[in-house]
Ligand binder design. Structure first.
Ligand code: GAL
Length: 940
């Protein structure tokens, strides 16, 4: 490595993945993903009964430990709840309504939908007897939002923000060698942002097991200094002791290069921290001729921290890191490893088409690869800490990141959230800047904003000395936050005079934290407000906002500005400005919600990327527009572009730097061809051709996928008889899949109110009007007619000392429909012995695998009111204070969903599929009226 004369050199640790080892080796740490096999049901925001009577006990879970009630109680019967795997976003599963939230994309969840704002999750896990003596914790990467977690009925805590990772120590509550119950109550009624945020456990959950002496969570932090050809690594480790051992321990720190080869190691003995205390332990290591992390070559290293007790390894913790230097210069912008890098960034939220916020990890790579494909080198996490896998993808693919906290403030809520973000993320080489806020309109221009920024900035530095701090500012660029923030974050040219600010604050580096906010609908070339269509030609969207071209020209030509972040890379749910209902996604993206490019992508590719680009717009299918003038634009980085219609030249034009070219062309079907020249030589050509009618469905694996991943993003389109893509097709396509699961469908149409997911509907029906009558004999098979005498409310005033030999109970349940395809199951809860259950006069046998489960064949059921009868011998109280079950159980009706389908939108749709774990082959089939079916086979 060449020696670089920069003032500051940094060595960054990246991603802390505690090492997983086999279950037998119980001395080291284990991190076990527990995303699979959860039970889920909606509760209710304020109707306690519909919230399963949670928190109604005489002693609440806050009064007595272990008193979690309703679903929080381990014995709660969740057999009728839906089974699902995480990550899960229940908001995306819902339909749309005008009454729902504009910012959350009009999904019928959250505020205004009390029956869709509380979600309950339950999971049973076994923890071995041999785990006794270890520290056992539950680790959540993020739950939206206001989650309460219970373990075996014990309340563990509340995490308000939907963007924080959090952990609970469950060691004391574990049932070793047996079953344990995890329960999470999620309250998504309130919004934290003004954009779609999803709802539920939308990030990973882990079970973690460590030795009592272990590296604390996010407990490594490494900085480096590059000296000549070496990097000196300072690896700071926080060791925690949750046990009573008092002797010495040995800490071994080893650096591995990407191939796994050990390149440096150091070991030292130290005293164990006291019970429930931590110590910081620091090692210095050398890396000779380090391979630096950068955008093109994101080289990564691993630091392995091992703790040994009496020579035996008791903890093994891995931290991925990269070596690189960063610097902002008020004159010259941003430098990575001593080289000037213009930030070509995008802002993004975290949702994707079809799947909302519950992104499988593969989608993080998919999205970052798409952004890199535009030539983008930087990503701003707007406006909250991302999921750890997003940062992992940025580290591995080479994408610089601004990591942003959610809310400005100086008290525990704000500073603690900020601290947790920095401690979790400070080892990622991709992160080059912390953002402590965005467009805080109430405070940004005044003294309160200035004071808060001073605290947050200083506080940030107290945790990470190696990165600067920014805030996205939108009003005035004169006073308040802008006068004290380390890196000025300009949100939009139209919000103030950037050059004037810079002249006043010459020492303050700056970048455009937001620019653009332009409107475009993919594949649309004429704005039509009635249809909520925004044409895809780059244009000034509102009087105080600028086009992408105007924005880039401004930033590209000012060396003192480090670069800009376009609002946004991808469209997202919510904020469908300039429209409202029935538009449900934003129009701002360079790509739509699926990642299909709008034409602006090619503008950016031309001026951000390194490859020759030539793109012409629009498509050339304008039947009915013959003879009318159409705007034809070319995006290119060629010196000149010549346009031909049906081989006739329409003129050669010179490309201005950071510009585009325009022609007015009278429409005639045929071939529109552009030829790009560099130094007078033809280097590229690009064609838009009038197609024939669509005939075939084409399914293909999107180029953004990584090879061999278990989640695959598939592009759906139609082709004409010659195999040409038809850009105007809007057919509805129906899908079926073998060997996997469909996760979601989308098409990038901001006004589409089609379903994102097709999942079976589960309805839980209580038994109403539950009454009882005493019987003279204990025979459960006796016939009892429904005659009206002597029935009374079941269990009311039951004298448990003088019970009848048997009771007959009757109740009702209402079926909205009695479709043959429905599955109706009664999950009986024992209210007596030897129960005999009948429905509408038909005796039903219990299921063979569970004698408290009864399948009701639809032939004995009817739409409307159905009668259920139970004859059983009463249960006896063993102790005076025994609480007897009086709930007969619940009826579950499963209505299978219709087949997965989605309309194409201007030629494209997307389907996201997940391969089954042990499958060798996945086959996706697609059909539509009037088209030849398509199919795609994916092999292992
Ligand atoms: C900005 C804001 C973004 C988004 C954008 C839309 O003011 O920071 O979150 O709302 O406007 O134009």
């Amino acid at each position: 490595m060449k020696s670089i004369s920069l003032n500051r050199f940094f060595f960054f640790l990246v991603f802390s993945i505690p090492f997983c080892i086999s279950a037998q080796k119980h001395t080291e740490r284990e991190l076990i993903l527990i995303d699979k096999d959860w039970r889920f049901s909606f509760g209710h925001l304020y109707d306690t009964q519909k919230d399963f009577n949670h928190a109604t006990g005489y002693f609440s879970y806050l009064a007595k430990t272990g008193y979690g009630d309703g679903p929080a109680a381990p014995a709660f019967d969740d057999r009728a709840w839906r089974k699902l795997d995480l990550p899960h976003d229940w908001a995306v599963e819902q339909s749309f309504s005008e009454k729902a939230s504009f910012s959350h994309g009009f999904k019928t969840a959250g505020k205004n939908f009390p029956e869709k704002s509380i979600g309950w999750y339950r999971k049973k896990i076994n923890i071995q007897e041999t785990d006794k003596g270890r520290i056992i914790s539950l680790k959540f990467d993020g739950v939206f939002r206001n989650s309460k977690v219970f373990f075996n009925g014990h309340y563990l805590g509340t995490e308000e923000s939907g963007y924080n990772g959090f952990e609970y120590d469950i060691t004391a509550y574990v049932n070793y060698g047996g079953e344990n119950t995890i329960v999470v109550r999620v309250d998504a009624s309130m919004e934290e942002g003004w954009f779609y945020e999803g709802a539920g456990i939308y990030r990973h959950v882990y079970l973690k097991k460590t030795n009592p002496i272990h590296v604390a969570e996010n407990g490594t932090y490494v900085t480096t200094e590059i000296k000549e050809n070496n990097a000196e690594v300072t690896a700071d480790v926080t060791i925690e002791n949750k046990g009573s051992y008092k002797g010495m321990i040995e800490v071994v720190q080893t650096i591995l290069e990407a191939s796994g080869k050990q390149i440096a190691t150091i070991s030292e003995n130290t005293t164990t921290p006291d019970f429930y205390k931590t110590i910081h332990y620091t090692s210095k290591l050398q890396v000779n001729d380090p391979l630096l992390w950068d955008i093109e070559n994101p080289n990564l290293y691993r630091l392995v921290t091992e703790i040994k007790q009496d020579g035996k390894i008791i903890d093994h913790y891995e931290t991925t890191f990269g070596i690189r230097t960063i610097k902002f210069d008020a004159e010259k912008g941003f430098f990575l490893n001593g080289k000037s890098v213009k930030l070509k960034g995008t802002n993004n939220h975290q949702d994707h088409a079809g799947i909302g916020t519950a992104l499988p990890d593969e989608l993080q790579y998919f999205r970052i690869k798409k952004l890199k494909g535009i030539g983008s080198n930087a990503y701003r996490c707007s406006h909250h800490p991302p999921t750890p896998e997003l940062l992992k993808a940025c580290d591995e693919l080479g994408m610089l990141v601004i990591d942003e906290t959610r809310l400005m403030g100086i008290n525990d809520y704000h500073l603690n959230n900020l601290k947790r973000m920095i401690e979790r993320d400070r080892n990622h080489p991709s992160i080059f800047c912390w953002s402590v806020g965005n467009e805080e309109w109430k405070i940004e221009g005044g003294i309160v904003g200035e004071r808060i920024t001073n605290v947050m900035q200083g506080f940030t530095k107290s945790i990470d000395t190696t990165r600067p701090v920014t805030v996205g500012i939108s009003s005035g660029f004169k006073s308040g936050i802008s006068s004290v923030v380390e890196i000025m974050g300009y949100n939009y040219l139209g919000n103030g005079d950037i050059d004037a600010h810079r002249n006043e604050f010459k020492q303050q580096p700056g970048m455009g934290t937001e620019e653009g906010s332009t409107f475009a609908t993919r594949g649309i070339y004429f704005t039509d407000d009635a249809k909520h269509y925004q044409s895809a030609y780059d244009k000034k969207p509102r009087p105080t906002f600028y086009s992408i071209e105007e924005g880039w020209k401004f930033y590209a030509t000012r060396p003192y500005l480090a670069g800009l972040f376009i609002w946004t890379g991808f469209d997202y749910r919510g904020e469908p400005t300039p429209y409202g209902w029935p538009s449900v996604t934003s129009y701002f993206g360079m790509m739509d919600v699926c990642g299909f490019p709008k034409d602006n992508v090619f503008y950016l590719k031309s001026w951000w990327g390194n490859e020759p680009v030539l793109h012409i717009m629009p498509h050339w299918n304008w039947s009915g527009m013959e003879g009318k003038e159409i705007d034809v634009w070319a995006y290119s980085n060629c010196d000149e572009v010549e346009l031909f219609l049906n081989k006739k030249s329409l003129g050669k034009k010179k490309m201005e730097q950071y510009g585009h070219l325009e022609w007015k062309v009278k429409y005639t079907p045929g071939t529109l061809e552009a030829i790009g020249y560099k130094n007078g030589k033809k280097v590229l050509s690009e064609i838009q051709k009038t197609t024939e009618n669509p005939e075939n469905i084409k399914l293909s694996v999107d180029k953004g996928n990584r090879t061999n991943s278990n989640v695959v993003v598939v592009t759906v389109e139609t082709t004409d008889k010659k195999g040409a893509h038809v850009p105007t097709a809007n057919h509805e396509i129906t899908f079926s899949l073998k060997g996997g699961k469909i996760l979601g469908v989308g098409n990038g149409n901001p006004t589409s109110l089609e379903k994102d997911q097709f999942i079976d509907n589960i309805e839980l029906l209580p038994i109403t009007d539950f009454e009882e009558k005493k019987l003279a004999s204990a025979d459960s098979n006796q016939k009892v007619t429904d005659s009206e005498d002597n029935w009374q409310e079941a269990f009311k005033d039951r004298d448990y000392k003088n019970q009848a030999p048997a009771y007959v109970y009757r109740g009702k349940f209402d079926l909205k429909s009695n479709l043959k395809t429905n599955t109706v199951t009664f999950f009986y809860k024992k209210i007596g012995a030897n129960a005999v259950i009948s429905v509408n006069g038909n005796k039903i046998a219990p299921s063979t695998e569970d004698d408290q489960k009864y399948a009701f064949n639809t032939s004995v059921l009817k739409q409307g009111t159905n009668a259920i009868q139970i004859i059983a011998q009463p249960l006896q109280k063993l102790k005076e204070w025994d609480v007897m079950n009086t709930d007969p159980g619940i009826i579950q009706v499963i209505t299978p969903s219709e087949p997965w389908k989605r309309k194409l939108f201007n030629g494209y749709a997307q389907i996201i599929i997940q391969k089954e774990d042990n499958t060798n082959e996945v086959v996706l089939s697609a059909a539509a009226k009037g088209l030849n079916a398509g199919s795609l086979t994916l092999k292992k």
